[in-house]
Design a protein around this ligand. Sequence first.
Ligand SMILES: [Zn+2]
Length: 601
Amino acid sequence: MADSNKVVEEIRQRINIVDVIKDVVSLNKKGKNHLGLCPFHTEKTPSFNVNEEKGFFYCFGCQESGDVFTFLMKYNNNSFYETLLDLGKRVGVEVKSSYQKDHEDQYYFLIDIYKEAARIFQDTLIRSKLGSPGLNYLSKRYINDNSLNKFMLGYAPEEWTHLHHHLSQANYSIESQIKSELVKSKNKNYYDNFRHRVIFPIVDESHRIVAFGGRVLDDSQPKYLNSPENYYFKKREILYGLNLAKQAIKDEGKAIIVEGYFDVIMAHQMGIENVVAPLGTGLTQRHIQKLKRYTDKMVLVFDGDPAGEKAMIRGLTHTLKADIETLVVTLSDGMDPCDYLLNNGSESFIEMVNQAKPALDYRIEWGYHQMPDGNDFHKRQYLNDLYSFLNALDSEVQKEEGLKKAAILLKISDRGIQKDYMNFLNKGRSKKVVQKEPTDSNTPDPKLSPKAITERYLIFTLLNHLEFFLNYKNRFLSMDLEDSFSQKLLDTMAEVFSDKEKLEAQDVHLILEALDEEDKALVSQELLDGKYQAEPIQQIQDCFKRLKLHEIRPEQVSISRKITEAQRENTVDLDELLEERQFLANEENKLKQREKATWKD
Ligand SMILES: [Zn+2]
């Protein structure tokens, strides 16, 4: 692993992230950062930031972030290895073939072990006696043998160590089994994560199995269980079936989006192959970007249940902003696409898809039909909801069309609704200012105590100046932090950098990779903030002093209380307590003196 990391680090050092991103995004320098229009979501005002020194990017609009490798992997949809080869060529660093082998140790083992697990699940379903509950279930759902093979369906039997046992027999270490999260451990006992479930391997566009979904055979909960997200599997990026559908999507000139595994499989089984599904999330911007590589048109087929419909309606705003023609169709009374296909056949399904409505019309009519009746109050509610929806769109044409459609439905004049909409906007304007993007917000979270604010300031200053972190690490770790977020970040830094002897600005990517999405977004924002730039050592020392003062003050309070008690009861340890009080006062003075001195500089 050491050698391959050296290659990656060497490439990272030679490459300038701004140069690489400038090839595809036009960037302007703004302070320490470079700013441009985000390539990962549609926007009119730039919120995509690149920091050259720290070698990372962050978008305030869609929260995409990462280093130069992440950028290229996402932008070109390439693997880490392909990206490494490209960048290696660019800066003249040879990426030896040994890299791939080493790299396998780090992440690629997942692909390897998932492939073997898929084989075991499938073998169990098709060739083992244990598989019959799974086979029975699938045949009850009318899934044929061809689909079983095409989608590599499998079965995890109702046993605790079936997969664990087979993986061990195939020489997969217990470590890799646990890391893959296919096997869990509790008190040194190992057991399978998926039990008594039909297994759907989740395959990416490069035809690699990157995760599994498992469905129970009865009504127990959870109905569906997915592998946790990993290096290759991100729910908001992956579409089930895209590996099998992409050619048909190109050929047909559109993608059909459904909700579940069985909908996708049944559509393919009945000869409709341009069908994919998101996995337990609505359609995200990343999904749409992926689809846009193959088509500029999609048809959303909603299940006919109100909850599902509402969830999909919420996702329509960014679908409409994404510059892809979107049509919508809803199935009637509680049917899903799989039921519909089985009941009505593929021709009828295609016909229905061909009659889908433009998403904008659909959204406007949907709201209209939600109105309990047409009294003025309900009309007002409908219009307010419609106006906020339209207001979130970028296109003036869409807004105008939307207003016209609503005017027709409500039987009011175009001019009337235009005026009403303007009134709505004017009323909202004073409130809207609060929601501006957090690009230059400098105010700390008002819920934090002064001590917690100082803790955060210290940790963010150190993150912005990693070169000093190791000097202060132990001192910081020895303190009792009040703010759990600071504590978490500090622990992460200590762990990630535990074997480092020296740190550089660019090492921050290691921290970003270790954080979950939400924390990553918060940290990225602080890394782009100029307030941590000036005189870092001074700032770090000031923070430590302030934290020390926060520790002294409660002690002083408790000593004073003890002194009062001692005086009243005339006990002997009064002298000791007075001495201690003096000591604390001296400490406080020293800290304050030093603070004054440094502030004068
Ligand atoms: Zn973005």
